[in-house]
Design a protein around this ligand. Structure first.
Ligand code: AMP
Length: 280
């Protein structure tokens, strides 16, 4: 059976109120749709942890820059509903843009700290759009838990920060990155890759893995990070960044000894921007 679909916040709250009245716990999984098995792993984790799972599907216009792929972002509502039916999701929240951004809206959420640098250097509006929509989703639903993927590691930390700063009553749960057999992180944007680009795309993950091993073996951070950039560039990527960061604050790390570390990368393969990261 297909999940019920709430397209307004009022409908969503009605359903949630009835679950709350029955003392059921609720998890939210925010997505932009075009669901793949990475999204479904988030749903599975949410189902293990809470009685009811709400999946939101909303291609959020405010997190795309004017030159970015908002209009061509894949939209597959029927296939998404079928996939969510198979994993037993009872409710999908699929608001219109008007519902999320009423005419004349003038309120946004801006997070400092972990949103600075990395993605923000290349997508300056991105995290304000993400923080605003995630705040609205959490306030619309007040779930006990919300599940986010480590695939978007900086986003995960930005969401944790905003939930803590706004004192929202939701626990943020992280799910590990789901990958293809060859290591490429699953992403709705992988659909943009030509067969030849798809063949080369796993090099991001294999380069990060190689660098993480070298770092653990004592290789210096700066040259190891540079090696990744060079390998990717030689293979035809255009690199936005490769960076070694503190895994909780995202502050740059000059050496591995300075704290728990994460290696993060973003690079273009043709017209497709790919991001990935791993724990070091
Ligand atoms: P998106 O629809 O791309 O905005 O992603 C919605 C949620 O799914 C975010 O929390 C992402 O981090 C998560 N996600 C996307 N791809 C993956 C993946 N390959 N593995 C784990 N989580 C993912």
């Amino acid at each position: 059976m297909h999940p019920d679909i709430a397209t307004s916040i009022a409908n969503l709250r009605d359903r949630i109120d009835s679950w709350r009245a029955a003392e059921e716990t609720i998890a939210l999984v925010p997505t932009m749709g075009a669901l793949h098995s990475g999204h479904l792993q988030l749903v599975e984790l949410a189902s293990e942890r809470c009685d009811r799972v709400v999946v939101s599907i909303f291609v959020n216009p405010t997190q795309f820059g004017p030159e970015e792929d908002f209009s061509r972002y894949p939209r597959r509502p029927e296939a998404d509903l079928e996939a969510l039916a198979r994993v037993g999701v009872p409710l999908v929240f699929a608001p219109t843009a008007d519902e999320m951004y009423p005419s004349g809206y003038a309120t946004t959420v801006k997070v400092g700290g972990p949103s600075e640098g990395l993605e923000s250097d290349f997508r300056p509006h991105f995290f304000e759009g993400v923080a605003t929509v995630v705040s609205k989703l959490l306030i619309s639903c007040f779930p006990d838990e919300a599940v986010f993927g480590e695939k978007d590691y900086q986003q995960l930390l930005v969401v944790r920060r905003l939930v803590s700063d706004l004192r929202l009553p939701t626990r943020i749960v992280a799910a590990p990155t789901a990958r293809e057999d060859d290591g490429l992180a699953l992403s709705s944007r992988n659909a943009y890759l030509s067969p030849e680009e798809r063949r080369r795309a796993p090099l991001i993950y294999s380069s990060l893995q190689r660098a993480a091993e070298a770092l653990r073996a004592g290789a210096p951070a700066a040259s190891t990070v540079n090696d990744v950039k060079e390998r990717l560039t030689e293979a035809g990527f255009r690199v936005d960044y490769v960076s070694l960061r503190h895994s909780e604050t995202l502050q740059p790390l000059a050496e591995l000894s300075e704290g728990p570390a994460r290696l993060l990368a973003a690079a273009w393969m043709g017209g497709t921007r790919l991001i990935d990261n791993i724990a070091v």
